[in-house]
Design a protein around this ligand. Structure first.
Ligand code: FNR
Length: 369
């Protein structure tokens, strides 16, 4: 199918469901238990409406912004996903790096600890100097492995560490659990995942993640690196406040795309709870708040930005785009989102990201599930 005939991210998802090998589709699409949170992540976006302003000159709309001290041309990013070679066996994460940097819009890329390619390969594949890459960090049960990954990220010039804190164990992703993990798919940083699990990829990988991780480890990580540290997978205001107290540079409000605790709340709802409290406590300038989970449309991104998110992450859509079309699919997914966002901002009456705010939204329905 001609890539140019695709209109939106759902087209990639449908195509991926038709062409991906069982193993890849099961690992990528699955979420935990009844997948209730997975559906809710997206559904929550349907409960917020816009209050457009008219008669604003919106000839030029600027969607560029800053994340963690760097200028970026789009307010969204590719979130970390493990095992990208399951869907794109030749190029894996390298094609995500290319797709993020080859087009008009340079999109930040968060690279998983469990990437199929080495960090160096992914960094070298990035075609543009303006491109931002971050490391997503899982703390290994073997702490020295984590130390060396951290050093490697610094040496290679990655711009931030996103420490994932929502995975002391893997959620039960049953589509994935029905299939045996194939050892040749083991990622660079978990080579020993060989034959570890007859219950799918997620369970095999989770055995390398340290379940003893606590807030003290986060504080310690801050002292071990000069890169910004963001914790990924925070799910309530109380923990956002703790993160602020420890002095991390940001948080990602996320439930891992519904892959961890089923019946955790949609990140959009948590974001709406969080931002007014951060403002009230004058902490909204102290740390940057990111969000991911269920984002599929420019309007979804726009809603999260109006509520105060600095950046909006997407996981599965880029996996699907990359699996179907490689780097050109990734570039296309980015441009689809950028175009949708520009169009919606025009219709909302906003010329730039800094003009967005909660006054442009009607959130009265958000809590009426
Ligand atoms: C993930 N996610 C993830 N997160 C992380 O911190 N490290 C990882 O290695 C992975 N791996 C991973 C694999 C797959 C197949 C998926 C779908 C997700 C979670 C990811 O970063 C992000 O939080 C979610 O994907 C966001 O939800 P959506 O956009 O997929 O709905």
């Amino acid at each position: 199918l001609d890539l140019n005939s695709l209109l939106n991210l759902y087209d990639f998802e449908y195509l991926a469901s038709q062409i991906l090998a069982n193993q890849a589709w099961a690992y990528y699409s699955s979420a935990s238990d009844d997948e209730f949170t997975y559906r809710e992540n997206h559904a929550a976006y349907h409960r917020i409406f816009f209050k457009p302003r008219v008669l604003v000159n919106v000839k030029n709309v600027d969607i560029s912004t800053e994340m963690l001290g760097f200028k970026v041309s789009v307010p969204f990013y590719v979130s970390a996903t493990a095992l990208v070679k399951l869907g794109n066996p030749e190029e894996g994460e390298k094609d995500i790096a290319r797709g993020c940097g080859q087009g008009e819009h340079k999109c930040p890329q968060m690279i998983s600890t469990f990437a199929s390619c080495s960090l160096q390969e992914i960094v070298e594949a990035a075609p543009s100097k303006e491109q931002i890459q971050w490391l997503q960090l899982y703390v290994n049960t073997n702490r020295s492995a984590t130390e060396s990954l951290l050093r490697e990220a610094e040496t290679l010039g990655l711009r931030a560490i996103f420490l994932t804190v929502d995975t002391p164990a893997s959620g039960r992703r049953e589509k994935d659990m029905k299939l045996k993990f194939i050892s040749s798919n083991a990622p660079q940083n978990a080579r020993a995942a060989k034959n570890k699990s007859s219950r799918g990829a997620s369970q095999a990988l989770a055995s390398f993640i340290d379940p003893t991780l606590t807030w003290e480890d986060v504080a310690e990580l801050k002292t071990k690196t000069n890169l910004p540290v963001v914790i990924k997978g925070v799910q309530c205001v109380e923990d956002v406040l703790k993160a602020a107290e420890i002095g991390v540079d940001g948080v990602v409000i996320s439930n891992h795309g519904g892959r961890q605790l089923d019946f955790s709340r949609a990140p959009l709802e948590v974001l709406a709870d969080t931002m007014p409290i951060l403002k009230e406590k004058h902490l909204d300038d102290k740390l940057e708040v990111f969000i991911d989970g269920g984002v599929r449309r420019g309007t979804d991104i726009l809603k999260a930005l109006c509520l105060g998110a600095k950046g909006v992450g997407l996981g599965r859509p880029f996996l699907y785009a990359n699996s179907c079309y490689g780097k050109d699919g990734v570039e296309k997914a980015i441009s689809m989102l950028a175009e949708e966002l520009q169009c919606s901002m025009r219709l909302l009456g906003a010329k730039s990201i800094k003009e967005l705010g909660p006054e442009l939204l009607d959130v009265t329905g958000l809590k009426n599930r």
